[in-house]
Design a protein around this ligand. Structure first.
Ligand SMILES: NC(=O)c1ccc[n+]([C@@H]2O[C@H](COP(=O)([O-])OP(=O)(O)OC[C@H]3O[C@@H](n4cnc5c(N)ncnc54)[C@H](OP(=O)(O)O)[C@@H]3O)[C@@H](O)[C@H]2O)c1
Length: 251
């Protein structure tokens, strides 16, 4: 039987994986939550929107005769990842998480680790700073309790409503970002504090390297816990996992 993949996407890494597998003739669909107005081309047919929890995902897997699920979501998309674990367990569809290692501090880094968004909000109590707040759109309103700072916000889409910060510069851009670009951005805005999720990977790493080079401290939000599952860290490992199905296709 030919593989019929469901790839849970929404990441630069997921997009690369879809492109490579599609170029190799592997059939599949990529799924995105619908948070971004104009998703970048994914190389595979795209479906958009939630499934309706783990039950809804299990139904989707059955209805669409999905043979394999690859979870290539962002490491902070813990709900989706837990739903995938539950739905695949229920339906018997094999699940692989295509993950990236978290960033590790290096010489010159000044990281304060916090457990979650609430911890980052707490860590921003105190005197005024010029903050690069690189946490995506979903949790921005949590940070408005610290109105003393000048914020630089980088968002994929222009905000559709007022963000609630007295002083905020919005930059509409999407990754992957370059070190030169992020260094220039931080220098131009006089950034003296970065708030980041520990996403890992290359696409969003530039700001972390720029902060190291410029001696700027980082509030690093650690990853949410996700139950154990089979993981791959490279596209080659994903292909190996797909194994016989891909061999049959000559990949
Ligand atoms: N969280 C981040 O920092 C971050 C950063 C970059 C990109 N992303 C991407 O943005 C998307 C949403 O992230 P999130 O943190 O909001 O997720 P989440 O909190 O884990 O998921 C919340 C709900 O959104 C739906 N959903 C999430 N990812 C989906 C997908 N790929 N396809 C279909 N439905 C999905 C599911 O709804 P139902 O229960 O109805 O199925 C899920 O229960 C993910 O695709 C993720 O890869 C997230």
């Amino acid at each position: 039987m030919d593989p019929n993949l469901l790839i849970l996407g929404g990441t630069t890494e997921g997009r690369s994986l879809c492109t490579v597998l599609a170029d190799a003739g592997v059939h599949g669909t990529v799924s995105m939550a619908g948070r971004v107005a104009r998703p970048a081309p994914q190389g595979m047919p795209l479906r958009v929107g939630g499934f309706g929890g783990a039950e809804g995902l299990a139904r989707y897997l059955r209805d669409n005769a999905i043979t394999h699920v690859i979870d290539a979501t962002h490491p902070f998309a813990a709900q989706m990842s837990c739903n995938a674990i539950a739905a695949c367990a229920e339906t018997g569809v094999p699940l692989l998480a295509y993950t990236r290692a978290p960033w590790q501090p290096e010489a010159g880094d000044q990281w304060t680790h916090v457990a979650d968004i609430a911890g980052a909000v707490d860590a921003l109590k105190g005197p005024r700073k010029r903050v690069l707040l690189a946490v995506g759109r979903m949790h921005l309103s949590d940070f408005t309790v610290n109105p003393q700072h000048a914020y630089v916000l980088r968002l994929v889409d222009p905000p559709s409503e007022a963000l609630g910060f007295p002083e905020a510069t919005v930059i509409v851009d999407r990754g992957p970002f370059t070190l030169e670009g992020d260094r220039a951005l931080m220098e131009e805005h006089g950034i003296d504090l970065v708030v980041s999720k520990n996403a890992g990977g290359k696409g969003a790493e530039a700001k972390i390297i720029a902060a190291r080079q410029l001696g700027v401290p980082v509030i690093m939000i650690d990853r949410p816990a996700i139950p154990p599952r089979t993981e791959a860290h490279s596209i080659d490992d994903v292909k190996r996992w797909l194994g016989h199905a891909l061999t049959d296709l000559g990949v």
